[in-house]
Each structure stands twice: as structure tokens, then as C-alpha cells.
Design a protein around this ligand. Structure first.
Ligand code: NAP
Ligand code: 8YV
Length: 319
């Protein structure tokens, strides 16, 4: 008997790909590589598999309208047109919680990296520069002021870690979290003006586009550092580059970019930035847990079982 067909809309992690292949025939980006063949295939597609960065537009959802689920390998799903998916009766799932620790760990790693110039110090030693002079002094992290833009699952886990470093914590979000015990600022600019490290960890998409703009960077100031582990779209990348070049801010730690995997070359040469390739959830343990959950959602969706982790917009409808 032939296996049911699913469409992978992005290059999937091997853990997820392998699990899917045990049950389904996985069509790898056929909608892009061979649109004519895909037009014939589309009505047979029972599920769509994606990543946190993948694009699932309205036009594609219309083609795969017999699909039973869109299962995203990632907590962010800003590339999926959820409204269109709901109109077609296709629920969307994601992988919250299982990656929270890793992303919070990397956020703190970037705080420490930019403050204590760890990657630059590594290069300093490797380049044989140690004998000819001490390395420039860094910025003390313990006891510094941390601002979190987005106090959700990951934002709270960052706050928990930062508390261990004796940092004072403030945040902004769409609404104040009265039970958090942290100081709330209504806007990113007000928060930025009152912290040393500003960590961005909101969803991407239209609601947060360029939330961090030139005004916020100006408020962060020449001794302030920006950390972005959210989505490239949340930060105005041109304004950020200008702020780094002009000394408007002290430096930045960036895991996400506006046009991944393309990182503006001007950033490659700057000594006050630390760059990582969208790897906040990239550990063996977490990628396995994400694959298990994404696969479980795909199987549940395609067999009419309750979904493990539908996105909030769909969870409300499924109740
Ligand atoms: P979450 O629990 O839904 O938290 C999101 C937080 O962002 C909430 O506190 C929310 O505020 C806040 N927020 C949303 N829109 C906002 C706005 N316009 N202004 C200010 N705050 C806003 O999500 P999570 O699990 O923490 O994940 C957050 C995001 O991290 C994901 O969506 C994804 O984009 C990113 N991420 C990146 C990586 C990576 O590899 N770099 C990995 C995983 C996740 P309210 O609470 O007031 O609604
Ligand atoms: C990616 C992420 O999904 O969960 C998210 O929102 O951005 C990441 O975990 C991961 O890089 C796989 O594409």
C-alpha cells in the first residue's frame, strides 16, 4: 500500500525528515522545484511540514486544501498564513516549550559573549596577539540591567537565568504580567532607556515588524547592547547597522537576520558584534524533542486524533 503524501515546504531537520519518511512519502519542496508536477500532486497532500522560518502562504494552502494539518518544527510560525489555514479548515501546530531552555541559554550566551567579548578574545589568542598587549576591557554582566522584549515562555526563562547573574530585570510585552515581579515598561524605547542589555524574544510577523527601530537603539545608548534571538524582522536591520557604525549602541549579539541565511557583509567585519546562524534551538536533545513533537502533531492531524500542540489561534477553534 502506498504511503500518504506530505509536503515539506522547507529543508527539514533530518530527525523530523526521517520520522516522516517512516510513515509518509515526503515531497521535498516540489511546489517550488516543479510547480506543474505539484499541481497534480497537491490534492493528495494530507499534511504540510515546515520549520520556524518556512513560508506557507495563502496560495499554497488553497492548493493543498485537502491537507489535515500544517506541522511546524519550531515555536515561531510567522511564515504561515494562519487565517488562510483556518479558512481552509487546516489546523496549524508548532513546538512550544521543548526548546525554551536552549533558546534562553543561547540568549544568555550572547549576553556574555558581547559583554565579555568572548569570541573576540578567542580570536585574539589564536592570532598570537596576547604577548603584545592586554585585551581591551569588557562590560561586567553580573549585576547589570537586563531588558526583555517579550516576557513569554522564553523571555521568562531568560529572566530566570539572568536572576542567577544578579541582574536586575525589566521587560515590555503587549500587556503587563503583574505576577512576574519585574518592572514593566509600556514601550521598547522606554525599556531600552533603562537597561544595559536589551534582549528581543517576541514572535516575528506583521505585529512586531521593526519593533526595534532607530529610536529604540538611540534610547539604548552608547553603552547598551542589543541581543536578538527572536526574528530578523523584529529589528530594523539598516537602523541597527547604522547604530553599530556610529556608536549609537555599544554592540549586538544576533542569532537571527532579516534575509537568512544572508547576513549583511558589513556585519562580518564589525568587532562589536557576535553573529550566530539561527541556532538557538540547535542541540541534539532539543532538535530530537522538536522532531518528536512535530511528528506527533503530523500523525495526530492526519489520523483525526487530537493535536498535541496547536498554535493558539487554532487551539481556540478546536475547543
Ligand atoms: P510566547 O510564549 O508566545 O511569548 C511571546 C512574547 O512576545 C509574549 O510575552 C508577548 O506578549 C510578546 N509580544 C508579542 N507581540 C508583541 C509586541 N508587539 N510587542 C511586545 N511584545 C510582544 O513565545 P515563546 O515561546 O517565548 O517564543 C518567542 C519567539 O521566539 C518565537 O515566536 C520565535 O519567533 C522566537 N524563537 C527563536 C528561536 C531561534 O532559534 N532564534 C527559537 C525559538 C523561538 P504578551 O505576553 O503580552 O502577549
Ligand atoms: C527554528 C525557531 O524552528 O522555534 C523557532 O521559532 O526559530 C527555531 O527553533 C529552527 O531553527 C528550525 O528551523
Amino acid at each position: 500500500m502506498s504511503k500518504p503524501d506530505v509536503l515539506a515546504v522547507a529543508k527539514l531537520h533530518p530527525f523530523y525528515q526521517k520520522a516522516l519518511e517512516s510513515v509518509y512519502t515526503v515531497h521535498d519542496r516540489t511546489h517550488i522545484t516543479d510547480p506543474a508536477a505539484f499541481a497534480a500532486l497537491a490534492p493528495r497532500i494530507v499534511g504540510v511540514a515546515g520549520t520556524g522560518e518556512a513560508s506557507v502562504p495563502r496560495s499554497l494552502l488553497a492548493q493543498v486544501s485537502n491537507a489535515k494539518v500544517v506541522s511546524v518544527f519550531g515555536v515561531g510560525y510567522d511564515g504561515v498564513d494562519v487565517a488562510a489555514a483556518i479558512e481552509h479548515g487546516i489546523p496549524v501546530t508548532h513546538t512550544p516549550d521543548v526548546l525554551t531552555d536552549d533558546v534562553a541559554d543561547l540568549a544568555m550566551g550572547l549576553v556574555l559573549s558581547v559583554g565579555r567579548t568572548i569570541p573576540q578574545a578567542d580570536q585574539f589568542v589564536r592570532a598570537g596577539q596576547w604577548p603584545s598587549g592586554p585585551i581591551a576591557l569588557g562590560r561586567k554582566v553580573s549585576g547589570a540591567r537586563l531588558g526583555i522584549v517579550g516576557l513569554g515562555r522564553i523571555g521568562k526563562a531568560i529572566a530566570q537565568r539572568a536572576s542567577g547573574f544578579g541582574m536586575s530585570i525589566a521587560y515590555t510585552a503587549r500587556s503587563a504580567k503583574t505576577d512576574s515581579g519585574f518592572k514593566f515598561f509600556a514601550t521598547p524605547a522606554e525599556l531600552a532607556a533603562n537597561v544595559d542589555f536589551l534582549v528581543v524574544i517576541t514572535p516575528g510577523g506583521a505585529g512586531t515588524k521593526h519593533l526595534i527601530n532607530a529610536d529604540v537603539l538611540k534610547a539604548l545608548g552608547p553603552r547598551g547592547f542589543l541581543i536578538n534571538v527572536a526574528r530578523g524582522s523584529v529589528v530594523d536591520e539598516e537602523a541597527l547597522i547604522a547604530a553599530l557604525q556610529n556608536g549609537t549602541i555599544a554592540g549586538a549579539g544576533l542569532d537571527v537576520f532579516a534575509n537568512e541565511p544572508n547576513v549583511p557583509e558589513v556585519l562580518w567585519t564589525m568587532n562589536n558584534v557576535v553573529l550566530t546562524p539561527h541556532m538557538a534551538s540547535a542541540t541534539h536533545e532539543t532538535r530530537q524533542a522538536m522532531a518528536d513533537l512535530a511528528f506527533a502533531n503530523m500523525q495526530a492531524g492526519t489520523s483525526g486524533q487530537p493535536l498535541r500542540t496547536p498554535v493558539p489561534e487554532c487551539a481556540a477553534l478546536l475547543k
